[in-house]
Write a protein that binds this ligand. Structure first.
Ligand code: ATP
Ligand code: MG
Length: 225
């Protein structure tokens, strides 16, 4: 099992009020699975993704990533685990504007102490894999939205994470760029990468093997397809 969530609850504090957002979520994701999460705006999808990606902590419940109980870990160990095991792709590719595509993709490797020459070599190979081998020196404002999203995917994948998390990766893209991103995810999944993807589009969700529906902070179906 790559990921297990057991009885996860999440409340946000608003002043003195507690706002419950996730209620008793149980979710298991196996090695090599490709899972889509759908649900209305405000239902708690991003909140859930942030908990899975170690960007936030649950109010109660257990998160187990590759057999490790996340809540027992020190901040350093958590940051290290996140850096090694998880790649993140957000709705709008959040690239650093002053850096080239190559530098953006190489960045996560600096946190791991990979030497510069190897960083740039690996970033170049990853950009070639996403079809941007001819755009290495372009800055984000010299790339299309779809190209930026592919750079963001290359950045998420450059450290060979075992789990790719994507929060509406095609939300800001036209149909054709969206299809390219889905094709890329399909290839990565075929190579063994486990993917959890949030989407509003049932067409996009159809690319995954399973779909979970979240409504008002609860998982509604036990996965379909
Ligand atoms: N930091 C926060 N403090 C208080 N409430 C929050 C916070 N972040 C999110 N919320 C609330 O939690 C609920 C779930 O938000 P979340 O971002 O998880 O929704 P979502 O399903 O991702 O929606 P969308 O499809 O619009 O992205 C919303 O009602 C939101 O207002
Ligand atoms: Mg969201």
């Amino acid at each position: 099992m790559v990921l297990e969530l057991r009885d996860i609850c999440k409340d946000y504090a608003r002043g003195k009020m507690k706002v419950p957002v996730l209620h008793h979520i149980d979710l298991s994701v196996e090695e090599g699975e490709y899972v889509a999460i759908m649900g209305p705006s405000g239902s708690g999808k991003t909140t859930l993704m942030n908990l899975i990606g170690c960007l936030d902590v649950p109010t109660s419940g257990k998160r187990i990533l590759r057999g490790e109980d996340l809540d027992g870990l020190s901040d350093d160990r958590l940051a290290d685990l996140r850096n090694r095991e998880i790649g993140f792709v957000f709705q709008a590719a959040d690239l650093l504007p002053g850096m080239t595509a190559l530098e953006n993709v190489a960045l996560p490797l600096t946190y791991r102490g990979v030497k510069k020459k190897e960083r740039l070599q690996r970033a170049k190979e990853m950009l070639e894999r996403v079809g941007l081998g001819d755009r290495l020196d372009h800055k984000p404002n010299q790339l299309s939205g779809g190209q930026c999203q592919r750079v963001a995917i290359a950045r998420a994948m450059v450290g060979n994470p075992s789990l790719l998390l994507a929060d509406e990766p095609t939300g800001a893209l036209d149909t054709q760029s969206g299809e390219q991103v889905m094709e890329l995810f399909h290839h990565l999944n075929q190579e063994g990468v486990t993917i959890i993807m949030i989407t509003h589009s049932s067409e996009v969700a159809a690319c995954a093997q399973k779909t979970y529906l979240i409504r008002d902070g609860r998982i509604q179906t036990g996965g379909s397809r």
